[in-house]
Write a protein that binds this ligand. Structure first.
Ligand SMILES: NC(=O)c1ccc[n+]([C@@H]2O[C@H](COP(=O)([O-])OP(=O)(O)OC[C@H]3O[C@@H](n4cnc5c(N)ncnc54)[C@H](O)[C@@H]3O)[C@@H](O)[C@H]2O)c1
Length: 255
């Protein structure tokens, strides 16, 4: 048999949360696999560096600043990606936030902000991306959920975050079923503890040693270790995968 095709040549990708952490790493990875990339992140978060790095590697890139809570901005970003880079066939939705508070003390505004960015933001991103992909009957979307959507992280008081990530997993499955017969695959990746700025938050600083001890592989993931799974799920090598949640957690959820 011939080797499955893991390449993404000539395709256009949109990546949300592309300025930092997992989104940034995946944006660079998709470019290394041959895609041109529209990099979406908050306007106050510089996207020039990741775009330069993609262009230096020989692919095209544009910055599309905006907030995932704004569906019109996301539609504009898709339009700009298509006019500058070509028809959108790939998307990775990595924008997200985390924080912590005891459930009984959590202000409603804190709950709502995490749900709005992590759940509604992923829905609006998929909606804008899906509308463009459905017109041509071709596309693949990966949403970045978390193992916190399947397990509860011992010692972390983040009921809102855990609930938001469970919602991302089931949202992804739901969209996968709505769009399966229309040429669009939707999957999620659930990372375990990953060495990104999110894990430099003051409230988790003391816990990182414990995170590593609790992970069967004995360490956090590097951002680069999320790239292969994302390329796989977006590529033709995963042509029969839709509605999958791929846990990339160093074995954490086995224990
Ligand atoms: N780091 C981990 O251990 C870990 C584990 C599991 C899942 N995740 C998930 O991976 C994703 C990326 O996390 P990360 O660790 O790379 O975090 P990060 O903070 O390094 O990157 C997140 C990016 O999302 C952007 N963003 C936040 N709110 C936004 C909004 N409203 N609109 C547009 N962009 C916005 C931020 O500006 C930032 O660039 C998140 O969804 C997170 O929940 C992270």
């Amino acid at each position: 048999m011939t080797l499955p095709n893991f390449r993404l040549d000539q395709q256009t990708a949109l990546v949300t949360g592309a300025a930092s952490g997992i989104g940034r790493g995946i944006a660079l990875g998709l470019a290394a696999a041959g895609a041109n990339v529209a990099c979406f992140d908050l306007p106050e978060t510089p996207l020039g560096e990741v775009c330069d790095e993609i262009m230096n590697a020989g692919q095209r890139a544009i910055a599309v600043p905006g907030d995932v809570m704004d569906g019109d901005i996301l539609s504009d970003a898709v339009r700009d990606a298509e006019s500058e880079l070509g028809p959108l066939t790939l998307a990775v939705n990595s924008a997200g936030i985390a924080n912590a508070a005891p459930a009984e003390e959590m202000p409603l505004s804190q709950w709502q902000r995490v749900i709005e960015i992590n759940v509604t933001g992923v829905f609006l991103s998929c909606q804008a991306e899906g509308r463009a992909m459905l017109e041509r009957g071709r596309g693949a979307i990966v949403n970045i959920a978390s193992m916190s959507g399947s397990i509860v992280n011992r010692g972390l008081l983040q009921a809102h975050y855990n609930a938001s990530k469970a919602a991302v997993v089931h949202l992804s499955r739901s969209l996968a079923m709505e769009w399966a017969h229309r040429g669009i695959r939707v999957n999620s990746i659930s990372p375990g503890y990953t060495a990104t700025p999110m894990n430099l938050r003051p409230e988790v600083a003391e816990q990182v040693v414990k995170f590593e001890a609790d992970t069967p592989l004995g360490r956090m993931a590097t951002v680069d270790e999320l790239v292969g799974p994302a390329i796989f799920l977006l590529s033709d090598a995963a042509s029969f995968c839709t509605g999958v949640d791929l846990l990339v957690d160093g074995g954490f959820t086995c224990w």
